[in-house]
Write a new protein. Structure first.
Length: 163
C-alpha cells in the first residue's frame, strides 16, 4: 500500500512540474514578446527624436512653380526612398492647401534634388539641403502661401511666404 501512495505522489509531482514548466514557458514567451515590442518602440522613438528638418526658404520660381529649400537639422540620415515616397508635402494658399503628390504625371506635383551632398552618397544627411521644385499646374495668384513638409516618421516643418 505504501508503494502505491509513493507512486501516486511521484505522478502528482511530475504532473505539477510539467504544468509549472508549461506555465513558465508561456509566461516567459509573453514577456519576451513584450520586451521585443518595447525594444522596437525605443528604436522608433530614437529615430524620431533624431529626425529634424527645417524649411529654410521658399519662393516663386516661375508663373506656376515654387522652389523650396529644406535642411536636415537632425542627426538621422534620410534615404532617398523615404524622401520621395514616404514623406508628405502640403502646399497652397493660406487655408486652401492640399497634399501634393511626388513625381505625379499631372500637376500639382513635386521633385527634389540634393543640392549639397557632402559625401556623395545620395542620402540626405545631417546639415545637407534638398531643393524641391513644386509645379502647381496653374498660375500662382498673389497672396500668402503655406508649405508643410512631413518626413516619413511624422516630423515636420512649416513655412509661409507671400507671392
Amino acid at each position: 500500500m505504501a508503494t502505491s501512495s509513493v507512486i501516486s505522489e511521484v505522478y502528482i509531482t511530475l504532473a505539477v512540474v510539467i504544468a509549472i514548466s508549461i506555465f513558465s514557458a508561456t509566461i516567459f514567451g509573453s514577456l519576451q514578446r513584450v520586451a521585443d515590442a518595447e525594444r522596437e518602440k525605443t528604436v522608433d522613438l530614437k529615430r524620431k527624436l533624431g529626425t529634424n528638418v527645417e524649411v529654410v526658404f521658399a519662393a516663386q520660381y516661375n508663373a506656376t512653380a515654387v522652389k523650396v529649400w529644406i535642411k536636415n537639422t537632425g542627426v538621422e540620415s534620410i534615404r532617398p526612398s523615404l524622401i520621395s515616397s514616404n514623406s508628405d508635402l502640403f502646399f497652397g494658399p493660406q487655408g486652401l492647401f492640399t497634399r501634393i503628390s511626388y513625381n505625379s504625371t499631372s500637376p500639382p506635383t513635386w521633385l527634389y534634388i540634393l543640392v549639397n551632398d557632402m559625401d556623395n552618397d545620395s542620402v540626405w544627411d545631417s546639415s545637407e539641403t534638398i531643393e524641391i521644385t513644386l509645379n502647381n499646374g496653374s498660375i500662382l495668384q498673389h497672396g500668402d502661401y503655406y508649405i508643410r513638409y512631413v518626413t516619413y516618421n511624422g516630423v515636420y516643418s512649416e513655412y509661409t511666404f507671400t507671392i
